[in-house]
Ligand binder design. Sequence first.
Ligand code: NAD
Length: 440
Amino acid sequence: MNLTVIGTGYVGLVTGTCLADMGNQVTCVDIDADKIKQLQNGKLPIYEPNLEELLHRNIEGERLLFTTSLKEGVKNAAVIFLALPTPQGGDGSADLSYVKKVAHDLGKLIADYKIIVNKSTVPVGTSEAVHKIISELTDTPFDVVSNPEFLREGYAVKDFMEPQRIIIGSKSERAKRILNELYKPFITVKRPIIYMDERSSELTKYAANTFLATKITFMNEIANLCEKIGADVDITRVGMGSDPRIGNRFLFPGIGYGGSCFPKDVNALVKLSDEATYDFKILKSVIAVNTEQKKSLIPKVERYFKNDLKGKKIGIWGLAFKPNTDDVREAPAIDVINELLLRDVEVVAYDPEAMSNMKKIYGDRIIFGTNAYGVLKDVDCLLICTEWSQFTSPSFGRMKNLMKRPVIFDGRNIFDLEVMKTKGFHYESVGRKIITIENE
Ligand code: NAD
């Protein structure tokens, strides 16, 4: 099938590359000329495991093209995917200007039947709005379909190739027939296409993301309570998760959720609900709790240093909002670093993939190390903000030799408490007992 993907970011690039790998002819369009140039040269503009090999294979197979020209991209396409940004607007709602702008451009360009498939996360009613914009500009027949994307950064290729489910929101039998054909290689009995109306499809994406954000936030509150009453959240988590009605995934406490999706999607659903005169109280609490949780290491650090952080040197491991990505959008590390800088702390940070994105935010206001041990020299303590696997089994002896004091505040519970009792560190984590050093 001839396909076009408009917006070649985390979602669009993975979508385009994976669909090309299934034998489709795909053109990816983006307004970012540098990004398109890099991709034409076979270079990935983002870090995403397993994507590079797939990109090269499909460029070499001449199934995958990149262009800045929407006209060229759309010309031969049977299906046009929108993978455009829908960032948080000033009032908390999703900013639809990118989607509406492209809808307007498509209205002027399409000359034969097209299926316009929206993969961006958009408020309920957007499919209808896009349909209206295009139909005001053309008499050419077309359908607008809602097809929210559920891939996770860090696992995006696997998630796209083996989706848990594909949601298609459409009333058009013609569009459903064509999309069924396109997605056939990705589905199994256990991983089906679920058809529904556009509005329910748009809401499904928000409901899924905000539920997951709520699950994380609930566990963060359990962890905070554990710290006050002397229970251990990791043991409680295992006890809870063994109940199949609860499940053991997404029960890990930490310093809050971040990323380009959960924060904006929770805000957008609150806004959407407010507009529908429904007061979504749980989600309002989720936002409030998560905002505090992202800064929750700071009072622990202040308590340890008796509110005297000025001039201290603090190392940070992990800047990305989660492991296996270079994405720092709404990363908890940003909240942590901002709080430290406000207290005149010297920050030395390391992340395996996200440092260039973080440099765009902080420039030379913080120091970036070249490896995990490189940020430990003479630091008063280490803060762990992202659970990259390479941080999980370090040489504690080497760490201790480098650090001014053997003190770790772990925002992701990456170390075993029993192990830490033997390593000679002051170790504070989330929802678990504080390990102290003798004579402290
Ligand atoms: P992104 O910012 O990485 O990519 C969007 C791309 O669109 C950018 O490259 C940008 O230059 C391009 N663009 C903007 N205007 C354009 C135009 N007029 N024509 C062509 N290209 C244009 O965003 P993303 O993370 O891929 O997210 C896209 C959508 O998918 C959002 O709605 C997001 O909520 C949703 N989503 C994201 C993820 C994720 O993990 N990132 C997962 C599921 C859903």
